[in-house]
Write a protein that binds this ligand. Structure first.
Ligand code: NAD
Ligand code: DAU
Length: 362
């Protein structure tokens, strides 16, 4: 549905929420949750549809009466002002970003433009449009990568000093600082969440888990950066969407919340486990897919370990992850096996060339 057909309907809805990046991986799960759970909210998905944005991700809700899509760029003042005015936006949940670390190493400027300038443009327009006497929320969705890299011990807490080390995390850290600056300087009612690595359906296959699923299916090499000993803390994407819903509704204005599932995996162990799950599902011989493991040169500046302490969110707001990693990974593999056309379609554009160039360089 297109928002300009429905300007007169704005008053029907108790909130009119602009979700930026709603056609991406996490954004599409959040849009689905909000559209289904809150029929009295108008959900406006505002997305530029870059290589990572795909409206096919939202086929199941596209005809819902409270769902609207508006194609636009968060960096454009005109685009953002238009969507605010036409929908009388009451709240923003901001996910639109360039999200892939490897791409940020190849080309940092795009990350500064989208993640920093785009966020400041949104903040500026929200500040201008919203009256201080009304209830509004600007929820900024960020990453645990802003905290840098951990050694063998310890977890990231909300109070951990920022220490971003990749162009991607530097751009996200910068956007977080601007969000906080708009709260402290202008009193903009912000909330923030910093989440660990997500996995699940509709994940673009440049990221570790869907890339490995795709390559296992096609019997292509499985590129492990460095020794494969780097550790990531994985969370089911639907649990992240539920956490955003919880923080958006119950979190305190001006505060940030860490989101994660205490689920650390070394990359090599995770990929070997995935090989085992997929060999069973595909009826292949035990150990067959592991033979595709290929060690390639390391990511520049590769952060060693991420691990999140989400106890503030659990204790204060009552959120907990709903699913084990083993179950979530199985559901994820099943989804990709049942949706091979989705994978074919998203890999048939410029992405394939990008990936092959990257791989050749390693
Ligand atoms: P994604 O790359 O899958 O999706 C990003 C979406 O933003 C796409 O739909 C894209 O079209 C859109 N977009 C990009 N530039 C835009 C612009 N200028 N204007 C409007 N739309 C634009 O990303 P994701 O993995 O779903 O991540 C979403 C957010 O969550 C990001 O802010 C990311 O930093 C954060 N995050 C991601 C993870 C993760 O594991 N994927 C973890 C923590 C936080
Ligand atoms: O921690 C949250 C972050 O997680 C998000 O903010 C980012 O948007 C998201 O992309 C993700 O970043 P990572 O760099 O951790 O994810 P990625 O899937 O790219 O890589 C996960 C790990 O796997 C990392 O240690 C690099 C390694 N890797 C990745 C790829 C794509 C490989 O060994 N081989 C690969 O081919």
């Amino acid at each position: 549905m297109f928002s300009n057909f429905n300007m007169i309907d704005n008053e029907k809805f108790t909130k009119r929420i602009l979700i930026t990046g709603g056609a991406g991986f996490i954004g599409s799960h959040l849009v689905r949750l909000m559209v289904n759970k809150y029929p009295d909210y108008k959900i406006i998905n505002f997305d530029k549809l870059t290589y990572a944005g795909n409206l096919e991700n939202l086929k199941d809700v596209e005809n819902a009466e409270n769902y609207f899509f508006e194609k636009g760029d968060i960096c454009s003042k005109a685009n953002v002002e238009k969507v605010f005015a036409e929908n009388a936006i009451t709240d923003v949940i901001h996910l639109a970003a360039e999200s892939h670390v490897d791409r940020s190493i190849e080309g940092p400027l795009e990350f500064v433009i989208t993640n920093v300038l785009g966020t400041v443009n949104l903040l500026q327009i929200a500040k201008e449009k919203w009256s201080k006497n009304e209830d509004h929320v600007f929820h900024h969705v960020s990453t645990d990568e802003v905290y840098g890299s951990l050694g063998e011990e310890g977890l990231f807490h909300e109070s951990t000093p920022y220490d971003p080390r990749s162009p991607y995390s530097a751009s996200k850290a910068s956007s977080d600082h601007f969000v906080n600056a708009f709260y402290h300087t202008y009193g903009l009612p912000i909330k923030m969440s910093n989440c660990s690595n997500n996995y699940g359906s509709h994940h673009f296959p440049e990221k570790l888990i869907p890339l490995m699923i795709n390559n296992i299916l096609q019997k292509k090499p499985l590129p492990i950066y460095g020794k494969g000993e780097n550790i990531r803390d994985w969370l089911w994407v639907e649990d992240h969407a539920k956490a955003i819903d919880t923080i958006f509704h119950k979190g305190k204005i001006g505060e940030s919340y860490n989101v994660g599932g205490l689920n650390e995996w070394k990359n090599i162990d995770l990929v070997k486990f995935l090989c085992k799950v997929m060999d069973e599902k595909l009826g292949r011989q035990k150990g067959e897919s592991e033979q595709l493991l290929t060690y390639v040169s390391d990511r520049a500046g590769h952060d060693m370990r991420y691990a999140i302490d989400a106890s503030k969110l659990e204790k204060e707001l009552g959120w907990t992850p709903s699913i084990t990693f083993e179950k979530g990974l199985e559901l994820t593999v099943d989804w990709y096996l049942e949706n091979k056309e989705w994978m074919d379609r998203v890999t048939s554009g410029g992405y394939q060339t990008y990936y092959e160039n990257m791989y050749d360089k390693r």
